[in-house]
Design a protein around this ligand. Structure first.
Ligand SMILES: [Zn+2]
Length: 453
């Protein structure tokens, strides 16, 4: 049993509470007492500043971190260009990774997330096999590297094992894409089942499923992935949906329906499903997502980096779709920035302020994200929830003088203001320093250098 006494804590709603005692037993929150005025229990740890629940980063491709800052040159020979030219650069990194270098890089990336207050991450994992598509001796070696990386970095992992069968609608896998493919949906399901069985008793790991996109999974294969998810303890099911207009055009040409309609017709929408990006949707798509209670995950810093556009957040919320957030390509790892971007992007589009309040945005970054990652009890400071706590400094140059409510976290703080992170009742970040990875900057530099050679 341990206890944390928070100077201020956000327990949901529009304000924070003072002097909140959080008692922990077996890695879960046992009791929450606000305005605690008694004598603190022995060994209590005081968390100064504003404490919020552990943040959920719902959509990650860990290896994309190697491209940060390297794809922005303008003009010939540079990386300017389009989503599709960026994808070629990303494939260059994918080509060089093996289980050892992936372990090194992903450990550093997940440690960066921990420093930013992320305690639950969803890894959309499709880099399964060796060069040329040859399976490793254990065909889940790359997934095991990710699990080991998350364990070392102290974050919870939802490993979304991704089915990826075609290089485009009706096209074979080409080049490095061979590493992503299992040949058939049945072969994908067998490999995913073995992975699920390996971590069935590990409370820090959830194995879920993903349809990479309607570009990469034929209509006939989508129901196989959906059935797998339903049959494995309601494992979460994620899919990239309508990130780019070209994806919609290819889907309409091949199937005479939008990606959302295709997923619906294949039985892949529902409360356990998260549509990632959901940028270029029709009104009918929005209705379908809302009616089926399918979640959406926006990744605003990546979507702006890749010139994707902004999704229809107000219609989606009006339709009843839960919103979660991801840092996706890791151009930025800062869930506060992702949260505020949803509101600020909508202001630019609508020429009006005040669409989503700070509490809704912080809920997207916490409880909604945990639910999308197959952990519905988490992302809140309440009895029974996993004891994941993130404390923000309120005396930094960014946060000083801004108050103590959720607006501070969403509209003033950055990831650099996170100074204490607790996962399952145990400290992972203390005083802004990672407990297990003391020099995260060096770890990232080494991890990136190894794959950019
Ligand atoms: Zn993605």
């Amino acid at each position: 049993v341990s206890a944390y006494l928070c100077e201020h804590a956000w327990l949901g709603g529009s304000t924070a509470h003072d002097d909140v005692l959080v008692e922990v037993d077996g890695g879960r929150i046992a009791a929450v007492t606000t305005d605690f005025a008694g004598s603190a229990p022995r060994g209590v740890v005081r968390l100064t500043g504003l404490t919020v629940p552990g943040l959920a980063n719902v959509h990650s491709h860990a290896f994309h971190r190697a491209l940060r800052g390297r794809t922005h040159a303008v003009g010939r020979g540079g990386g300017g260009g389009s989503f599709w030219t960026w994808r070629e650069q990303m494939y260059g990194v994918a080509e060089r990774l093996d289980p050892s270098s992936y372990l090194t890089l992903a450990t550093a990336v997940y440690a960066e997330m921990a420093l930013a207050g992320v305690t639950a991450v969803g890894e959309f994992h499709y880099l399964h096999h060796g060069p040329g598509g040859k399976p490793y001796d254990d065909p889940n070696s790359m997934a095991h590297a990710l699990v080991e990386a998350a364990r070392t970095a102290g974050v919870r992992l939802t490993l979304l094992d991704t089915c990826y069968l075609t290089g485009g609608v009706g096209q074979p896998l080409g080049g490095v894409q061979a590493r992503f493919g299992d040949g058939t949906a049945q072969a994908w399901a067998e490999r995913a089942s073995a992975l699920h069985a390996t971590y069935a008793s590990d409370p820090r790991v959830v194995v879920g499923a993903a349809v990479h996109s309607v570009r990469a999974v034929p209509a006939a294969a989508i129901p196989v992935v959906g059935a797998w998810a339903r049959e494995h303890e309601a494992a979460p099911l994620h899919a990239h949906v309508s990130e780019q207009p070209a994806e919609n055009e290819a889907c309409l040409a091949a199937y005479n329906r939008t990606p959302t309609q295709l997923l619906a017709d294949c039985g892949a929408l529902g409360p356990g499903t998260t549509a990632v990006h959901a940028t270029h949707l029709t009104a009918a798509d929005v209705t379908l997502l809302g009616e089926t209670q399918t979640g959406v995950c926006f990744c605003p810093t990546t979507e702006r980096d890749l010139a994707d556009g902004t999704g229809p957040v107000r219609p989606l919320l009006a339709a009843g779709t839960p919103l979660s957030l991801g840092s996706d390509s890791h151009a930025v790892i800062d869930m506060f920035e992702e949260a505020r971007a949803v509101e600020l992007d909508e202001r630019l589009v609508s020429l009006r302020r005040g669409h989503l309040d700070a509490a809704s945005l912080l809920t997207a970054a916490t409880a909604n994200g945990w639910a999308a990652l197959g952990r519905p009890s988490g992302g809140a400071i309440r009895p029974g929830a996993p004891a994941d706590l993130v404390s923000l400094r309120l005396d930094s140059p960014r946060t000083a003088g801004t108050g103590v409510g959720p607006e501070v976290a969403v509209f003033a703080a950055t990831a650099a203001d996170v100074h204490h992170v607790v996962v399952g009742g145990e400290p992972v970040v203390s005083g802004g320093v990672h407990v297990h990875v003391p020099d995260v900057g060096k770890a990232l530099a080494d991890g990136v250098a190894a794959v950019l050679r």
